[in-house]
Ligand binder design. Structure first.
Ligand SMILES: Cc1cc2nc3c(=O)[nH]c(=O)nc-3n(C[C@H](O)[C@H](O)[C@H](O)COP(=O)(O)OP(=O)(O)OC[C@H]3O[C@@H](n4cnc5c(N)ncnc54)[C@H](O)[C@@H]3O)c2cc1C
Length: 443
């Protein structure tokens, strides 16, 4: 007898969203999941990542959180400091995140998060990875999905599937093609921001008491200045100190093509933070010349649709965000969990009905889009507040910082108890189950 779990699921991209999606579908019992990824392997970026409770809750249900947690730092608070002086503007204690939300807020290495999900995927015989294989184009969005893929050293070939989930990231080929076919547009919003990502080794830091205190702590530290900041935390069992920055984008604004990363100059990086405190200088000085990497931070206006036919976008492909709320990967992983939950609801006698598939995917979009859009906007707002220059608005911000979240509000939104309550208590799977029928009925 026909069963929804027999549907052939195609996943594009083995990034945070793609790995989470493949695993979520396998855990729901789907038997045929093909993942196509351009890179030869998981392409680990040397960078850390914050893993908030709304993400760790999903990872735990997928059975891979405990392994990732072994190397993670369980965050117990955050220190927000003035970049120029290292003086603390605010110290927000977070001793009880786990008690409040059922899961901790952690920081970790991206390779640990991606590797943990990948290892769990490898235990699922339903999932087949095709690395070094790029999606070239979507030939058909419905009633069957047909795509052309190309292995790095081979000829293009066609793949057919019942549903395609495109987690092909900020540069999504699927998004571009989907919108073009529908005569719609995706407008990029210039953030004017770029980021350096830096990883320092414990051995480089431990001779310096101030640096040692940072890598030994269970805290996220942010140094803020006008139009710039650094955020830092220990990862990998506190063997690595991860720093990422945000600063005005100079290099990419001048670029004539849409480059996303570039090898940066150490001199330029030091110049950006030249009026920051000596502690920041000492850390930045540890970055080897020639190993400075800069990212353009890109976002889009909310897309007119995430779905066409039997294809749905997820993660950065449809809601790229500034990193200031630390929710980009979390949202991508949640998207995958919700997709698996709703697709599994397709009745056995409707699994080859493309209209039912489209409505189901559209329900996923309606479940997720308002929440994700709100978080993307909040990340933008948080960046604006963190980057304030001198004046009344900054004085008011710093007054609020000094209250250390006592009245439920911290200007650095990720650390604000009211924002944490809204994001961390959101159980995306429970929400999908509670609202699916009502939303589906409106379509
Ligand atoms: C500086 C910085 C700091 C951040 N910090 C955090 C944080 O602390 N917490 C957090 O939750 N998020 C954070 N994020 C955001 C997070 O990294 C992204 O939102 C997340 O990785 C998105 O996942 P994704 O799967 O949608 O895309 P990606 O992880 O980018 O994966 C896309 C994948 O698709 C593949 N691909 C692309 N095109 C094709 C194709 N045509 N064919 C086949 N494969 C293809 C790519 O190779 C890639 O592997 C940060 C981002 C930045 C820039």
């Amino acid at each position: 007898m026909a069963n929804v779990r027999d549907l052939h699921i195609i996943v594009i991209g083995a990034g945070m969203g793609g790995l989470g999606t493949a695993l979520a579908f396998a855990k729901k019992g789907f038997k045929h999941i093909d993942v196509f990824e351009t890179a030869a392997d998981l392409g680990f970026v040397g960078a850390g990542i914050q893993m908030p409770p709304n993400m760790t809750r999903v990872l735990d249900r997928l059975g891979c959180w405990q392994d990732i947690f072994k190397e993670a730092t369980n965050v117990k608070g955050t220190s927000i400091r003035q970049g120029s002086t290292n003086l603390e503007l605010s110290h927000v204690e977070m001793p009880d995140i786990e008690q409040k939300y059922g899961y901790p807020h952690c920081t970790g290495h991206r390779s640990s998060l991606a590797g943990g999900m990948y290892k769990a995927c490898l235990k699922e015989s339903a999932i087949k990875f095709h690395f070094s294989t790029r999606l070239v184009k979507v030939n058909s969005f419905k009633p069957k999905v047909s795509i052309t893929v190309q292995p790095k050293d081979g000829d293009e070939y066609t793949v057919e599937g019942d549903i395609m989930l495109a987690s092909d990231g900020i540069k999504s080929v699927t998004r571009t093609q989907m919108l073009a076919e529908l005569g719609l547009h995706s407008e990029e919003e210039d953030t004017g921001q770029a980021a350096y990502r830096i990883m320092l080794k414990r051995s480089e830091m431990e001779h310096d008491p101030e640096m040692k205190a940072l890598i030994d702590s269970d805290e996220v530290v942010r140094w803020v200045g006008e139009r710039r900041h650094l955020i830092a935390y220990p990862v990998s069992n506190k063997q690595i100190y991860n720093i990422s920055t945000a600063q005005p984008d100079v290099n990419f604004a001048k670029a004539t093509n849409a480059t996303y990363t570039t090898r940066g100059s150490k001199t330029a990086m030091l110049k950006v933070f030249e009026d920051f405190c000596p502690l920041v200088h000492r850390m930045l000085d540890l970055v080897p010349d020639g190993e400075v990497c800069e990212w353009k931070l890109r976002v889009h206006k909310p897309l007119p649709t995430w779905v066409h036919g039997c294809v749905a976008l997820l993660g950065d492909a449809c809601h790229p965000t500034l990193p200031h709320l630390s929710q980009g990967a979390a949202m991508a992983i949640e998207d995958g969990a919700v997709l698996a939950e709703v697709v599994a609801k397709i009745p056995a006698d409707k699994i080859h009905d493309a209209e039912v598939i489209t409505k189901t995917l559209k329900t996923y979009e309606l479940l997720r889009k308002p929440h994700c859009t709100a978080l993307v906007d909040l990340a933008t707002l948080s960046g604006r507040i963190l980057h304030l220059g001198e004046g009344k608005a900054r004085e008011e911000r710093d007054r609020l910082f000094r209250e250390n979240g006592k009245h439920g509000v911290v200007p650095d939104k990720w650390a604000s108890p009211d924002v944490q309550q809204m994001i961390y208590s959101h159980d995306c799977v429970k929400d999908a189950n509670e609202r699916f029928d009502a939303i589906y009925a409106t379509l």
